[in-house]
Design a protein around this ligand. Sequence first.
Ligand SMILES: Cc1cc2nc3c(=O)[nH]c(=O)nc-3n(C[C@H](O)[C@H](O)[C@H](O)COP(=O)(O)OP(=O)(O)OC[C@H]3O[C@@H](n4cnc5c(N)ncnc54)[C@H](O)[C@@H]3O)c2cc1C
Length: 414
Amino acid sequence: MTRAARIAVVGGSIAGCAGALAAAEAAPQASVVVFERSAGALRDRGAGIAIHRDRFAELAAAGFLDASLPGFHAESRRWYTREGAAEVPAMGKPLAAHPFPFTSHNWGQLYRYLRERLPERVEYRPDTRIVEVKPTPSGAELTLADGGSESFDLVLGADGYRSVVREAMFPGITPEYAGYLCWRGLGDMNRIKGLPEEAFFTVGIATGHLIAYPIPADEDGGTRLNWALFSTVPPELTPDFTTATSLPPGAVSESLLDHLETLISTQLPPFWADAVRTTAREDVFIQPMYDLQAPAFAQGRLLLIGDSGAVSRPHAAAGALKALQDAAALADLWRQTPDATDVAGLDGLDGLARRYDAVRRPAGHAVVALSRRIGQAQVRQVPDWAAFGEAELSAWQAALTQAPDGTIMGGRPL
Ligand SMILES: Cc1cc2nc3c(=O)[nH]c(=O)nc-3n(C[C@H](O)[C@H](O)[C@H](O)COP(=O)(O)OP(=O)(O)OC[C@H]3O[C@@H](n4cnc5c(N)ncnc54)[C@H](O)[C@@H]3O)c2cc1C
């Protein structure tokens, strides 16, 4: 006798919603439950996401994105620095501009877009934390924070960088601190005048760089400036980041906020310093930078999608994309796997997991490696920005952001 497979998705953010969508579409008979520990709207903490337009088109063809997702098209990436300019122009010394076919999106809108596309038969349970995952020969048992437990035939671990699903697969494998921080915020475009249109901006500083680009506002139809300042930090100011964490608005120490002010007032050209200061101090948040490559993306009936399997620094602009690609690839493999939609086909589910690992592990690891390489070159061993000529900077970027395995800025083709 056959019965429909029971599929759990742990984590209900980008990877979780996309993974649930993949499962619901590829296995229409299966029951799909998403467990999300947050009770409130996830959008409250979101900022900007950049997606390469070729990668967007692939995901649109796979049915995971479409043009209704708001976004701003950019054509170029413009580089500046304050260093070396005798008279500092307001935006800094222009170093280079090169083609950059990315569209900027709002994280909260992307999340809602995916969440709203979940069919009704997907059960999304907010405020439900999974505290333990126990693999069994035919699936896994999940323990909920309220003490209850439920059994599933397949578990998608979409629970981010501190994944409990990954912990069940590979105890002790955790994100590794990369040695620097990213201060982030949303600037008020009503107070930022003269920003060139259709561009992403990078400003080189002695201890790292700033990136900035306009994104659609989540709430009022307007525009915000998404900015992220990557910098190494004096050891005496650095809390212990060995256990992976992030510091949301309100949780950033006064000393780290003061250090941000020191960096922007001493290293950024005035235009960019003022742009960053349009973000209220209490709204600034910090992401310490981490790298993680899970040894496998599947083990038994546990699969990892998104950040649970691979955490990449944001430099390659591929974190959210990687999560969406994981889900799209899973859906595709699922459709090709006979017997994976009901538990009569145990080999089907096991084969699906193995094939998913073979396809997505190398892709995830490659994005982590490329992001690490960019971070080393742009933050850990900062170049002499002011010494770059335009052609030289563009050539350096092109070489830096293309890995021999075909992974490029914006991720790897699906
Ligand atoms: C609120 C929020 C805002 C973000 N904003 C941005 C942004 O602006 N720009 C950007 O580039 N990236 C952002 N990210 C990160 C980005 O979403 C991820 O890097 C990428 O999209 C991969 O997503 P993910 O779903 O794998 O991981 P995450 O987005 O980290 O999602 C993991 C989810 O799992 C849930 N979870 C974790 N543990 C458990 C558990 N034990 N039980 C149940 N649920 C659990 C978490 O609450 C979370 O919703 C944000 C993440 C979050 C959660």
